[in-house]
Design a protein. Sequence first.
Length: 567
Amino acid sequence: MTASSPDEPVSPDAVSPDAVSPDESVRPLERGLAVLRAMAADPSPRQRAGDLARETGLARSTVDRVATTLTRLGHLRSDGRDLLLTPRLMEFGNAYLASCGLPEALAPHASALADRLDESVSIAVPDEDGVRFITQAPRRRTMAVSFRIGDLLPAERCAPGALFAARWTEAERERWLTRRRTDPLDSRFPAVPKRTGADDGRQVEADFEDRVRAARETGSSLDDQLIEPGLVAVALPVRDPSGTTVCAVSVVSHTSRHTAPSLAEHALPRLRSTVGAMEHTLRSQAPAPPPPADALAAFDSSLKEELGSGFLQSLARGLDVLRALGSRRGPMSLADTARATALPRATARRALLTLQHLGYATAEPDGYRLLPRVMDLGFPRLSQLTFAQIARPHLAALVEQVHESASVAVLDGDDIRYLARVAASRIMRVDITVGTRFPAYATSMGRVLLAALPEQERLDHLSRVTPRQFTPRTRTTVPALSRALATAAREGWALVDQELEEGLCSLAVPVTDDLGRVIAAANVALHASRGTADQIRDTVLPPLREAARRIGEDLAVVSRFTGSRIR
Ligand code: PHB
């Protein structure tokens, strides 16, 4: 295998075609981002290194080194010969969302408006000649599409686009026209249905210019089924204290409830007062403090030693810089970026120039700021992961280690309900499927979950249920169960030894969110003949805890801006 030369060019598809690579650009960072973008853009969640080499135009050996580095950093995972994006990749989109500060400041207003109108409300930002969603407050209704956070729409096909275009320069309008000509069917926008050849391109453009003029005159914008039949929306711009339109808020409905004009009439008064409140919140935001030193230096020189030339150090460092830009709201100076990443200024500077050159960051008088394009690195797709999908790879790794079946469950009423399970391939194994319910008191996962409840709820549970004697060992009295729960709370784990079923032992630990709240439980179930309770605890508890920690960590990254997914 020959290592690629440091100057090997990235194919024109891999970087934006009109961007000229500055001499100082960090090639491994460019290539790493090209691979991530290619993976995110492919409809299949699994890819092979060979396909990625073809798609990016990179040498196969380069793709291998990029994949090794990204896997070691936790942004990719390999499954056999397949490569998959991991939830941790959402850290980059999170960095953009945190640094723009809009979801944090405005999402509560959007939810309140959705509640009052009982319609979906979304917030979108301009992204070149596109519109990118950054917040969704959906109402679950029949026939309402909801875009994912991070999805990109063509400006001419949604309500916010006309508001943003109302402020375009002539050059920006030209860029839009060029895109229209080169991509008349919107194939670069996988979030929207493709246009058919029957659409008259000139008419599409003339209609948009009319809508932009109307947006300039009225200050609002309508979407009368521009994306698909039935979908209507009305939007207003939100301005920051300097008067710049930073985003737009849309109220989205369906023609079964409203025509576009009737939606505007119904929603605009409340939408206007919500935008007033949003602008007030933006005006009253205190300046963000600089990030603490070293906070984001994830790169560890031991990785370089461990992986040798297979590890692309400057890719790892560049990604640290990307994440560091999300550690404070607003632009970040070179000095702060270097301090936050513990990198030499010159190294941080080159990474920033590379991000700028690729369209992920922009240089402003006060420093560098991330751009919404960062969301292209897999954010919309990964934001759809369910708790089971997030947990399963970690359960699989655990099963590989302990050779026993592992599961996650949540409390559902007085039962636990299995959300995911990975069975060990043993002849004798415990037979449980996703969706299985058991009384919480008789299971190890139930006990760690009950142990985490506020005391009164715990007592209410114990006085409400009538424990069944599943085996001679089942604890059925309130004092015995109370003691078991107190022990589980103190120790942070629970072992249930043949209380649910003869021969079945189960060890469980809590899965916690970023605030330390218990949100689920993970367990390993095994046959009692596998060892004494002490032996099981000694061998299984450490890897089980590690798996639970990783599940919680992934879950925190995925739900930071997209809400809880425990259901
Ligand atoms: C949405 O949030 O789903 C949405 C927003 C604006 C549109 C269409 C859909 O014009």
